[in-house]
Design a binder for this molecule. Structure first.
Ligand SMILES: *Cc1c(COP(=O)(O)O)cnc(C)c1O
Length: 377
């Protein structure tokens, strides 16, 4: 290899700086409009964003909330989840999926995953008891869970299904958009997500007016008519400034998804057989929130990439029931989550990467598996 003496620049896992001048101008104008009209709390951009997201996801109603975590808490609360209830969810996800039911006094029950890292309907079916009050599916990595099968389980038992589409915004399955499945969808728009605020933001999607009105009250200390507190809740409104930013960014989403998919296709072409690559073109239009491979000696590969200036991440180091805060979870049988959770690694895959950076990642992964390695595999 050439140029070994000069250390190449870091391949960033993600870069939240707004580097595109057109995007920067659009965001500054969006913020400027809010500063001008002064409706900082639940201003008109919140309503406009709610309408756009509802239409985008094929739902009747969207309620903008403070974060994806708030969406899960308020959404579960609006479905009546409370102390002693059980909520079945995946063992492999972001910790908000365990915290949200737990904060409501409910018990998270962890079902297993399939080879594509999403919730396994067969395992969910074995987790349902007469205390189950909700099933929360996560479209992990941007790949849609088997939501039709999960909806069928929910219908059979009369249990609401929630689609956590935080990682799949813009994806489609069976002609239906992410966020349209189940009785409710909860979505995060935090700065890492495909549609990203410049701060915290989230939304609850529903077709049910009663649920919509409850979430609207829950995001504002349980107040109805701005005066009477009907339910104990907290403050979790979507900021007008974030809604304005999200509206501006919604117009650019397609470009983000397209670039990420192109990178993912190049990775798949160059890395299949070296590591297990995500499935593509198998009947769903997934998106790439993360590009996760299943790798032998995952931690060795991670260290190898880091040493070459290539940022990478393990999503997630802990299964939900392995977090100390959630050690008292109700279920211990998720063998696939245990096995796959030791092998998955997220490679950088974002719209600001150059083709050269993509090739550097590929070369470094191939190099790791080409050379003889000592120690435990
Ligand atoms: C990001 C994320 C959340 C949490 O969203 P915040 O906006 O950070 O609170 C919840 N669920 C999933 C699957 C996520 O990826």
């Amino acid at each position: 290899m050439t140029g070994m003496s000069k250390r190449p620049t870091t391949v960033r896992y993600m870069n939240l700086a707004v580097t595109d001048p057109g995007e920067r101008q659009a965001l500054l104008e969006a913020v400027d409009a809010v500063l001008g009209h002064g409706q900082i709390l639940l201003g008109p951009e919140v309503g406009r964003f709610e309408e756009r997201v509802a239409a985008f996801c094929g739902r009747r109603y969207a309620v903008g909330v403070g974060s994806g975590t708030d969406a899960l808490i308020l959404g579960l609360h609006a479905l009546g989840v409370g102390p002693g209830d059980e909520v079945v969810t995946t063992a492999l996800s972001y910790v908000a999926n365990a915290n949200a039911p737990a904060l409501l006094g409910a018990v998270p029950v962890y079902a297993d995953i399939t080879e594509d890292l999403t919730l396994d309907p067969a395992s969910v079916a074995t987790c349902v008891t007469d205390r189950t009050r909700a099933i929360v599916a996560v479209d992990f990595t941007g790949r849609m869970a088997d939501l039709p099968a999960l909806e069928a389980i929910g219908r059979h038992h009369g249990i609401p299904v929630i689609e956590d589409a935080s990682q799949s915004f813009g994806a489609r399955l069976a002609g239906r958009p992410a966020g349209s499945f189940g009785d409710m969808a909860c979505i995060s728009f935090n700065p890492m997500k495909l549609l990203a605020a410049c701060g915290e933001a989230g939304v609850v999607l529903t077709d049910d007016e009663v649920v919509r009105d409850k979430v609207r009250a829950f995001r504002h200390n349980g107040l109805v008519n701005k005066e009477e507190c009907r339910w104990v809740s907290h403050n979790a409104r979507l900021d007008t400034i974030q809604a304005a930013i999200l509206l501006a960014r919604l117009d650019r989403l397609e470009a983000v998804l397209t670039r990420r998919e192109a990178i993912a296709r190049r990775y798949n072409e160059a890395l299949s057989g070296v590591v297990v690559v995500p499935r593509l073109d198998d009947g769903q239009e997934r998106v790439f929130y993360t590009y996760q491979v299943l790798a032998e000696d995952r931690d060795g590969l991670s260290a190898h990439l880091s040493a070459r200036g290539i940022e990478n991440k393990v999503h997630f180091r802990y299964l939900l029931p392995d977090h100390p805060a959630h050690a008292a979870g109700a279920r211990r049988h998720y063998p696939r989550a245990k096995a796959l959770g030791r092998r998955n690694l997220s490679l950088p895959c974002h719209e600001k990467m150059t083709d050269d950076e993509v090739e550097r990642v590929i070369a470094a992964v191939r190099e790791f598996y080409a050379r003889p390695r000592g120690g435990a595999a």
